[in-house]
Design a protein around this ligand. Sequence first.
Ligand code: ZN
Length: 170
Amino acid sequence: MAVEKIANGVVVSMSYVLTVDGEEVDRAGSDDPLEYLHGADNIVPGLEEALEGKKVGDKVSAVVPPEQGYGEYDEDEVDEFDFDEIDDAEELEVGMPLEFEEEDEEGNVYIYEGTVMEITEDTVVVDFNAPLAGKTLNFEVEILGLREATAEELDHGHPHSMDGFFEDEE
Ligand code: ZN
């Protein structure tokens, strides 16, 4: 049975351009579309809501505020580290991504991703906010295709047509 419009459990194929503060930050062309599973938090909530009920061929302009996108910018997510706390600190540059591993008492390892914000003589300031936190997201979307998700895709919570884009935990 053909899928007529976007609803939970539908795999959506779309092209899009994402613009932030007047600058293009991401895009997927019609020759290399993004596919996502609707209703599974694969995309930001504001965009998912804007696409609900849309059909193939529909063009959608969505303005998504931070709280419906990557969240508000949080000053508490900025931390300062001494050089000796960081491997290869002398090679860091402002704007570089940085990963921290932390192990709790039970041996669980957590990975935190941040961005180098500032480098002083002996400290590094790291921003752990998502790169687009606090930003209003402007999406121009075209719906290219719709299909029902397979049982396995529903179970995993993502489409399997996007090679390597959504990771499986095995
Ligand atoms: Zn999977």
